[in-house]
Design a binder for this molecule. Structure first.
Ligand SMILES: *Cc1c(COP(=O)(O)O)cnc(C)c1O
Length: 397
């Protein structure tokens, strides 16, 4: 039994706020605040450079990688932390393309997050070896997997709609046509059970500031299947991925296994916050989390549809076919979201017309859902969104 009252008490949730944006930036875990403060005073402050050895800083990317690995079905020693997700996408894609040198097509879908597609476009132009990024509709991916495809690069849960791909089926189909599969778990890790080993994924990447609550700009992770880990060529061959960083050789030799996916000096303050944030997952059963997530999402959908008929569901209706988020569509979505935020219900807006809400059982319950719908219904019934102050677009939406 997972005690979600216990997990909720682990977070700082501002008074009067219903936080439905943990899919974009998780809230502050109280333990992270303490851990970072201690890191600053006792480790950075007192140990100075000795911290790399004495406080185990240098091993943090691997140790914390193993903690994340437990949440995504990855074996010990197959996940490492560092950089941001966009960088990890680039690394995974470059290494994947090297495994299939004769194939030129990277297959992705129009539901992928733009940064993943942009990184692919940048890599293609640097390689200048005639690669093509083929983008199809999410429903067309399976049919588009043919023998021209070298790499299938998908985000499991669509950031805008929440639609969930079948990782196991698509990975198998990719392997059947001789392609390798990269999965972006940005909206999966901490949102639903993931079984990378069971799905036989070749590579996976993800960020830790969304459902894993590591804090703004928290380090990303990369997974390489053990069968590839000692073979893949790292495109970003930084010194900390070298076999012997402190030999200071002039030539690059990749480190063993997942270590070669390290690049430069790890972000220790960010890793400390993440390490503490991950404590919240101790004792959490991912099956129970999934069950509660689906129940919260279903409740939200049925209440919003009942009370706000002018909003159109933009997510799959079947809870098993989506992640842990719900979008509703309305042409005044931006203003509606600003009116919500002004009244303490925080979600976000994704162009062109989606208001998006994340449901995170670690700290969100039924009462929060009902309160959010009350406020949303008031905004819709009384056109409270229809005000100039809610129509000025901010830098971050
Ligand atoms: C959030 C997200 C990103 C963001 O990448 P960063 O480098 O961390 O800014 C990339 N890809 C996907 C699929 C995302 O959901």
């Amino acid at each position: 039994m997972t005690d979600f009252e216990r997990t909720r008490a682990l977070f700082h949730l501002p008074e009067g706020v219903v936080y439905l944006d943990g899919n974009s930036l998780g809230p502050l875990p109280l333990a992270a605040k303490e851990r970072v403060a201690l890191m600053m005073t006792d480790e950075w402050g007192e140990l100075l450079i000795k911290g790399w050895n004495k406080a185990g800083w240098m091993m943090m990317p691997r140790r914390i990688g193993d903690r994340v690995g437990r949440l995504i079905g990855a074996a010990e020693g197959t996940v490492v932390m560092g950089d941001t997700l966009s960088i990890k996408v680039y690394q995974a894609l470059a290494s994947a393309l090297d495994l299939v040198p004769e194939r030129k097509v990277i297959l992705s879908d129009s539901g992928n997050f733009p940064s993943d597609l942009y990184m692919a476009q940048g890599l293609i132009s640097s390689l200048a070896r005639g690669h093509e990024l083929r983008i199809v509709d999410p429903e067309e991916v399976e049919a588009a997997l043919d023998e021209t495809v070298g790499v299938l690069m998908l985000t499991e849960v669509d950031y805008r709609t929440g639609r969930l791909h079948d990782m196991k089926v698509l990975t198998k189909k990719a392997h059947d046509v001789g392609a390798v599969a990269i999965w972006d778990l940005a909206h999966s890790a901490g949102a639903l059970p993931v079984d990378l080993a069971g799905a036989d994924a070749d590579f996976a990447v993800g960020c830790t500031y969304k459902y894993l609550n590591g804090g703004p700009g928290a380090p990303a992770f990369i997974y390489v299947a053990p069968r590839h880990a000692d073979k893949v060529k790292p495109a970003l061959s930084g010194w900390l991925g070298h076999e012997k960083p402190f030999a200071f050789d002039l030539g690059y030799r990749p480190g063993g296994g997942i270590d070669r996916m390290r690049v430069g000096t790890p972000p220790i303050l960010g890793l400390a916050a993440l390490d503490a944030a991950l404590d919240a997952w101790d004792g959490v059963d991912m099956g129970a989390l999934r069950q509660k997530s689906i129940a919260l999402c279903d409740l939200f959908v049925s209440e919003v549809e009942r009370r706000c008929p002018m909003l159109t569901l933009g997510s799959p209706r079947d809870g098993h076919k989506r992640g842990s988020q719900i979008s509703f569509l309305h042409e005044e979505g931006y203003a509606i979201m600003q009116a919500l935020i002004d009244r303490g219900v925080i979600g976000d807006f994704r162009a062109p017309d989606a208001i998006r809400f994340g449901f995170t059982p670690l700290y969100i319950g039924e009462a929060d859902v009902l309160k959010a719908v009350d406020i949303l219904a008031d905004i819709m019934d009384n056109r409270l969104w229809d005000s100039e102050q809610y129509k000025q677009r901010a830098l971050v939406t």
